[in-house]
Design a protein around this ligand. Sequence first.
Ligand code: DAH
Length: 339
Amino acid sequence: MKEALEKIRQSAINALNEAEDSKILEEIRVKYLGKKGEITAILKQMGKLSAEERPKMGQLANKVRAEIEESLSNAQTKIKAKMREQSLKNERLDVTLPGKKVKQGQLHPLNIVMSEIEEVFMGMGFDIVEGPEVETDHYCFEALNMPKDHPARDTQDTFYIDENTVLRTQTSSVQIRTMEKTKPPIRIISPGRVYRSDTADATHTPIFHQIEGLVIDKGVTMSDLVGTLDMLMKRLYGEDCKIRLRPHHFPYTEPSAEVDIMCFNCGGKGCSMCKQEGFVELLGAGMVHPKVLEGCGIDPEVYSGFAFGLGLERLTMGRFNINDLRLLYDNDLRFLKQF
Ligand code: DAH
């Protein structure tokens, strides 16, 4: 029995020395130290021994078990260290490798022109205010002197949420919201999205952007309007740029005008882009109607003011020579990267 124990010890320790991973270690543990392992098998035979021999053998068996356990624990430590070394090797970072370039985005052409316009107006002391895109009939039409049956509503067919709630067709709604809340002097612009029930083509999309302007103070005249717009266009398109006003009708201004800008493409000579006119229509404007002022609690005998509504898409198309409005919304990077 003594020899048998010695053999077990030797072969267990040899096996442990050669083991290369923890799975093999576990197999060895079960084989020698497990409940059905070799040492247990020996202990089971102790009954056959004499009373004298039994404690000696028991002691020896425990010693062999302890030795194997110790070797096992040493082998486990060794294998763990080896595995750690290996994984460190595998995960090594080469900090000298060139990094991956992160693609940098850029401003959308509409945002570029929008920021330029905001900057010009901020330089003239205007505040920038925003209004809701889901608007009440009151702010979008009624308070702008366009009652329910007014024919001017037809040119701005919109998306109705319910009878009194619409997606705003124009940023002019913000004029009313501002005049109701603020006492003159008022000097604001209000950029934002507007909606009209239009089919998309080269010059229309159901969603587009306007920039509304409003100035109310004592003694404001039409020449202030012309001077402000002239300054804006010269800043955007250069000192040679000229504007032209044509009489027009808007229910919320009196007098009203449509404002054209000298064609960006031909410089006023006439070309296909301006339909041989030499000028391109850019915005609507006028002196705020006394009825609108009154409706907002501003005395038209004391105060006067001008307002305008610019189409951002049109300005952007002129600025960058873009011939189809839909390009601005296609999200095609080949197009967008050019600006
Ligand atoms: N709201 C007009 C439109 O959408 C543009 C406009 C015209 C705005 C005259 C104004 C204005 O503030 O006074 O076509």
